[in-house]
Design a protein around this ligand. Structure first.
Ligand code: GAL
Length: 421
């Protein structure tokens, strides 16, 4: 048995070993069971999730961790499954949700715990951007912790495919640049666009990205909030661009999901894929491709510093049977080492601002900079705009109809009706 003095010396020594000036008091390990609910099942997504789960297990060897991920990109299935479970009082300890409208839905339902005190005790407010914490706070209370933030509006390109077609795209591209590139790519025998819209959200992202890129962040926010008309000819012009863009896609697009489209891009059977930068994780981790060698990227629109945010955050269920374990999970997310290891696999920018991005890929270093300094706009498609869920649903339904009828006027009319409520 060590005496009190010896214990204190050991604590100081371990603090020195940790490179800290203060004596660190280790968190007491938690036990019991934790169910972690998400939709992270793709190669890169599960690798990223495992960085958190492994760290949690390491500091809590007696904890039984259940990875309750439900397959389906963007939570297409998971959100439904969770809603049913919550209604039945079958609450996972922690689950994934986007800040903004999605999170507010759970807050309004009173199904998530207020974690303001945890932010305070861990001093997380000092190492995270206020705007992001605000996007997870309502009436002065904070409800979730971000693993990182994704950028939705990236057009990924296959380098060899573009070279074969004699096309170069810079750091940003106008619609005219894309419209000029597509016929050349087609003439080279390659589908200009990679799409996997088995689930409609991937097509909805194309329209969202074009609207934000061509009309700007302010106009898009006004449209989402019902402060601008979706029947404006400017909107119709962008919807027509969407129709054209989809017409350039691989013919099997309706049978692929987002990972299938990324695989097709990696293989070069198609050339350009509009997808959030979770595709970066997938290209690196699953497809084993090299940034700047095998693939490139461009931002479509007038302001290359526009960043459509899709944050991934985790909450503590109000009826969680093991809230201590859920807290330990959130602490694992916020571990600086985990923030970087997670970002490496996932493609997102870290939430913490005090971690070095030097070991992240070139694309990510730029994205993290834009997240800190660029024009941020919350994604409606991913439920992050602070608007009624019905607006997002109408957008997604509208895109489904557009794929059949290409009717920009009907889309505008339906959206105007939806935002008026
Ligand atoms: C988004 C999520 C990303 C990624 C993507 C595809 O909703 O923010 O982390 O997982 O879905 O599943």
């Amino acid at each position: 048995m060590l005496g009190k003095k010896k214990l204190a010396v050991a604590a100081v020594l371990s603090a020195i070993a940790l490179g800290t000036s203060q004596v660190q008091v280790a968190n007491a390990a938690v036990t019991g069971k934790i169910e972690v609910f998400s939709w992270w099942t793709s190669g890169s997504e599960s690798a990223a999730l495992n960085t958190i789960l492994n760290s949690l297990q390491k500091s809590n060897p007696g904890l039984k961790i259940v990875n309750a991920a439900v397959a389906g990109g963007a939570g297409t299935n998971a959100k439904q499954v969770l809603a049913t479970r919550l209604a039945a009082g079958d609450t996972p300890e922690t689950w994934q949700t986007h800040p903004g409208g999605d999170l507010k839905g759970y807050v309004d339902q009173k199904s998530v715990k207020d974690i303001t005190a945890l932010y305070k005790s861990q001093a997380w407010g000092k190492v995270t951007p206020k705007a992001l914490v605000d996007s997870m706070s309502y009436n002065g209370k904070t409800y979730s912790v971000l693993t990182g933030v994704h950028r939705a509006n990236v057009l990924w390109t296959n380098k060899a495919a573009l070279a074969k077609a004699g096309v170069t795209l810079g750091a940003s591209s106008t619609w005219a640049d894309i419209a000029a590139a597509a016929p050349k790519i087609k003439a080279a025998g390659i589908a200009p666009v990679c799409l996997g819209d088995k689930d409609i959200w991937t097509a909805a992202m194309i329209l969202e990205n074009l609207l934000v890129g061509e009309l700007g962040a302010t106009e898009y926010n006004n449209l989402a909030a019902g402060k601008a008309s979706w029947s404006d000819p400017k909107v119709a012009a962008v919807v027509d661009h969407f129709n054209t863009f989809v017409s350039w896609a691989n013919t099997d697009h309706k049978s692929l999901d987002w990972t299938g489209a990324v695989a097709a891009l990696a293989n070069g059977t198609c050339a350009m894929n509009f997808m959030g930068d979770w595709a970066y994780g997938e290209l690196l981790v699953k497809q084993k491709k090299v940034d700047g060698v095998d693939f490139g990227y461009t931002i479509v629109g007038s302001n290359p510093n526009t960043f459509i945010t899709v944050g991934d955050s985790f909450v503590i269920g109000a009826k969680s049977k093991n809230p201590a374990a859920a807290e330990a999970f959130l602490k694992a997310i916020m571990d600086p080492k985990v923030q970087i290891a997670f970002a490496k696999a996932k493609g997102s920018s870290p939430f913490r601002t005090d971690v070095s991005t030097a070991t992240l890929g070139k694309y990510q270093q730029g994205a993290a900079k834009t997240l800190a300094t660029g024009t941020l706009v919350a994604s409606l498609v991913h439920g992050q705009q602070l608007v009624p869920a019905a607006t997002g649903q109408a957008f997604s339904d509208g895109v489904t109809l557009l794929e059949g009828n290409q009717d920009a006027a009907a889309f505008g009319k339906a959206m105007d009706a939806a935002v008026k409520g």
